[in-house]
Design a protein around this ligand. Structure first.
Ligand code: AHG
Ligand code: MN
Ligand code: MN
Ligand code: MN
Length: 339
């Protein structure tokens, strides 16, 4: 089978990146080093998450982040690890992180020549981390525009179509890193005994349709009518169309997304009373996953338009998000538009 061949090939992430380098437009090796820096931070965060119960890292920092969310200690720890790895690596000039109100310039005095911008959700699903449920990290990579020398926030606010790469880490039953540079989607599983990410899921393609939907149905009463109609439709008995569908909602976007990517399905975080713009953030949750899902043959919409074409205004702006199998995203859009 596909993954059997990959394991036989025993290709590490580093070897894969070097192989891909030839096809990567900026093959100066800088991108390879950037991805390596990210994978090092992922291994450190993985180590800390896996022993969270043994060291004083559960609970909150007592701080509230820019979203008014109580910041988990692991949110802050993961943020620090990625910032440290990217600063040390020297390929990144600016970071935008969920856990930091402002964009973070990594070469304020102009030293170094890193020209990559990284948008980051250091720990996704952090409400789950103290109860041992799978969490993740999401990253999105842009290049500093050629005509731009000082890395500013404006340079980071590029539409998702401009991403040069996007990926996530899922700290689940195994730890996987999945990413794209616009040439398909590949998944790597961490072999802790050697500390290497090994190619385990080459060329991931999302099934064109599916029977899994992921949504917080606790917000049902504040969903718009078209969405409520879709959910009621999904729950009707109709074996021909695989209904009733399965509902699977972990509360960690990365884990819900990863399962749907492999099995087919749709993840939805619509506008709700509490989050009228939706809850997920465009720059470091919706855009990177939209790039990945499109590269895997799926779709990502805000209900009316392609996520990747949204022109960002603010670093932490939110968007409604419907993402997954092409047929399911199109179906929900039809229900939303009353068709
Ligand atoms: P984060 O932990 O990075 O703030 O993201 C949490 C997000 C997403 O991971 C998850 O699907 C969603 O919040 C859950 O929100 P609800 O608890 O409102 O369903
Ligand atoms: Mn958060
Ligand atoms: Mn998140
Ligand atoms: Mn987060």
């Amino acid at each position: 089978t596909r993954s059997r061949r990959a394991v036989d090939a025993f290709m590490t992430l580093e070897q894969f990146i070097i192989d891909q380098q030839g096809r990567f437009p900026h093959s100066s090796g800088a991108f390879s080093r950037l991805l390596r820096d990210i994978s090092v931070a992922a291994k450190i965060v993985n180590r800390d998450i896996r022993r969270a119960g043994l060291v004083d890292i559960f609970g909150t920092t007592g701080q509230v982040n820019v979203h008014g969310e109580v910041q988990q200690k692991l949110d802050a720890m993961a943020h620090e690890e990625f910032v440290r790895a990217l600063r040390r690596g020297g390929e990144c000039c600016l970071i935008g992180s969920e856990e930091h109100a402002e964009a973070i310039p990594l070469r304020p005095n102009g030293e170094g020549d890193g020209r990559y911008i990284v948008l980051l959700d250091p720990l996704d699903g952090s409400s789950n981390v103290d109860v041992n449920v799978s969490v993740g990290t999401i990253f999105s990579i842009y290049r500093l525009p050629d005509d731009c020398d000082t890395p500013t926030l404006e340079a980071a606010l590029q539409p998702g179509t401009q991403q040069v790469a996007a990926g996530y880490v899922v700290y689940g039953s195994s730890t996987m890193l999945v990413y794209t540079t616009g040439d398909g989607v590949n998944g790597f599983t961490l072999d802790p005994s050697i500390g290497e990410f090994i190619l385990s899921h080459p060329n991931i393609c999302i099934p064109k349709t599916g029977t899994i939907y992921s949504i917080n149905e606790g917000n049902f009463n504040s969903f718009e009518e078209g969405l409520r109609r879709f959910i009621r439709w999904a729950q009707e008995e109709d074996p021909e169309t695989g209904r009733p569908f399965l509902t699977r909602y972990i509360g960690s976007f990365v884990s819900d997304f990863h399962r749907n990517l492999l099995k087919g399905g749709i993840y939805m975080y619509p506008a709700t009373k509490k989050n009228p713009e939706g809850k997920l953030r465009l720059m470091y949750e919706a855009n990177p996953m939209a790039f990945i899902v499109e590269q895997a043959g799926g779709r990502a919409s805000d209900g009316h338009r392609r996520i990747l074409e949204i022109v960002p205004q603010k670093l932490h702006q939110r968007t409604p998000l419907f993402i997954g199998s092409e047929a399911l995203v199109s179906m929900v859009e039809a229900f939303l538009q009353g068709r």
